[in-house]
Design a protein. Structure first.
Length: 217
């Protein structure tokens, strides 16, 4: 049965990237449906796919999952061989905690540094709240790598759902020219080097749609 993932513009939609990257890393075949943001037909088109009117949406036969972290949990259960959560219980709890923290927090980062893969906006002013968000992300990355990263270059060694949750932040740090400590920079580079991440970024740069709210001149 064919999986379908409904997403918004790859260039701008951080939540779409999270679900797309996790699904791609399972190795499963899936159909991709893109609903561009901020167009007259956007709301009606999204309501065809999900009661929330939001993306991403994963369809697996009669199963419809319409929230990013829920999609990641579903994929971990659906494809256990992908090991999207760590096998060790303590590491798994840690991975869920940092994923949930990203899911629920970092409002300043989201507001002041919207995702825009194909642009470069270094030197933009940063509020104190944004600086705290950046520092907290780097603290998380350093802590995960030190405690659980011995088996590979990602937060918990092998690529997993926690990496999918933080991948959009990696793109933001590149777009806005955020200088990083050595551990965080190495992690950033590992995410950017993922073939799946490179494929997503290339598609984002090729998209024809522009959302003015996410552009700064």
């Amino acid at each position: 049965m064919t999986l379908e993932l409904v997403i918004a513009n790859k260039n701008y939609s951080s939540w779409s990237l999270r679900a797309w990257l996790a699904l791609r890393m399972t190795g499963a075949q899936f159909r991709e449906t893109v609903v561009p943001l901020r167009r007259p037909e956007t709301r009606a088109e999204l309501k065809r796919h999900t009661p929330s009117g939001l993306v991403p949406v994963l369809k697996d036969g009669n199963v419809v999952v319409w929230e990013s972290l829920a999609i990641l949990e579903y994929l971990a259960e659906r494809f256990p061989e992908a090991r999207l959560w760590p096998g060790d219980a303590a590491a798994r709890a840690h991975a869920r905690a940092v994923s949930s923290e990203m899911h629920a927090g970092f409002a300043n980062l989201r507001r002041e540094m919207p995702m825009n893969i194909r642009r470069f906006f270094p030197g933009r002013p940063r509020s104190e709240g944004l600086e705290r968000d950046i520092a907290r992300v780097c603290e998380i990355w350093n802590d995960c790598r030190a405690r659980h990263g011995s088996d590979g270059p990602y937060l918990f060694g092998l690529f997993g759902n926690a990496d999918a949750m933080y991948a959009p932040v990696v793109t933001r740090f590149v777009t806005y020219g955020v200088e990083l400590d050595p551990v965080s920079a190495s992690y950033r580079d590992a995410i950017l080097a993922l073939p799946a991440m490179r494929s997503f970024a290339e598609a984002a740069r090729a998209e024809p749609w522009v959302v003015d709210d996410y552009e700064f001149g």
